[in-house]
Ligand binder design. Structure first.
Ligand code: 13P
Ligand code: SF4
Length: 302
């Protein structure tokens, strides 16, 4: 009843403020239900760029809301929980990237969208987990600097003839997934397919039928030949997979794969965000102008 009341108030305020709610696939079920659109980083970036709204309430982590603010400076972007960050995005600073580039003069920089605006501003092009290989392949150079995720970098390396020089960042949540987790589950569910996120370690991705972004997992799960699916990513993903495929079996690879930051946004915080128009996410114009080129170049490639 309480949830219904909050949801009703959110819907009313959303109309009043001409707002849309975007939510990442890892968000709590209650947030996914309240959202106008749920998706992966690439899908959400595209929505943020094209959607007709005055306000975007971004339920995810900070870099996602920041990307929306980079793409749509004319819109007000709100983060219901401003403390929800991405530890991997914080593993490289703008100054560290400048030093990295100085060590390899002339090489292009591909930055995973899980990065700060300052890092995007220092990069040639962004990528997400859905398009990283295509983005790297789109570049002329046969050697590429890749930041900050070493495991996504390793995944790209396995799919391109170009040489990838990666920054040693990683996602603490996906790094907790172990090959044994998958091997044990495969024994129990021999007919199940296995999908994992490319932020996982190479010894984990090696065991998967599909190494996919969260949006690509949604498409994979809907396939007629998929009846049982072992899911190697943050466990919030299971909510949407089960909702959209009620007759299929979804098995999380590890109950340890929880992104605490993705769980910080709750329905009361979403309501408060719309009521008080907080917290506004903005990027200093000088950084935004440099960062937008990297994001827009990515959107043109894919
Ligand atoms: P996706 O773009 O695949 O949704 O991944 C985002 C993310 O942060 C995964 O940890
Ligand atoms: Fe960042 Fe990992 Fe959380 Fe994704 S799951 S937001 S990469 S910490």
């Amino acid at each position: 009843m309480y949830t219904e009341l909050i949801s009703h108030k959110i819907a009313e305020l959303k109309k009043e403020r001409k707002a849309v709610i975007l939510a990442h696939n890892y968000q709590l079920g209650e947030i996914q239900e309240a959202a106008d659109f749920v998706g992966d980083s690439l899908e959400l970036a595209r929505k943020a760029a094209n959607i007709d709204a005055e306000v975007i309430v971004f339920c995810g982590v900070h870099f996602m809301a920041e990307t929306a603010a980079i793409l749509s400076p004319e819109k007000t972007v709100l983060a219901p929980e401003p403390k929800a960050g991405c530890p991997m995005a914080d593993m490289i600073s703008g100054a560290e990237l400048r030093e990295f580039k100085a060590r390899y003069p002339g090489l292009p920089v591909v930055c995973y969208v899980n990065s700060t605006a300052e890092v995007k501003a220092e990069s040639d092009i962004c990528c997400t987990s859905a398009n990283a290989v295509k983005v790297v392949e789109s570049l002329k150079s046969d050697t590429v600097l890749f930041v900050p995720d070493q495991y996504l970098g390793a995944f790209v390396q396995a799919h391109t003839a170009k040489k990838i020089i990666s920054w040693p960042g990683y996602c603490p949540c996906h790094a907790r997934i172990k090959p044994e987790d998958i091997l044990n589950l495969k024994k129990h569910y021999p007919k199940a397919k296995v999908v994992v996120h490319p932020e996982s370690r190479p010894e984990v991705t090696a065991l998967a039928d599909g190494v996919l972004s969260t949006g690509q997992m949604v498409t994979y799960a809907a396939r007629a030949d998929v009846k049982e699916l072992i899911v190697g990513t943050e466990i919030g993903m299971l909510y949407r997979l089960r909702k959209e495929n009620p007759n299929k079996l979804f098995i999380p690879v590890s109950e340890q794969a929880v992104c605490a930051n993705m769980k910080m946004t709750t329905l009361p915080k979403l309501l408060a965000s719309l009521e008080n128009m907080q917290t506004v996410v903005s990027v200093p114009e000088e950084i935004r102008r440099k960062a937008v080129g990297a994001v827009e170049r990515m959107l043109k490639v894919t």
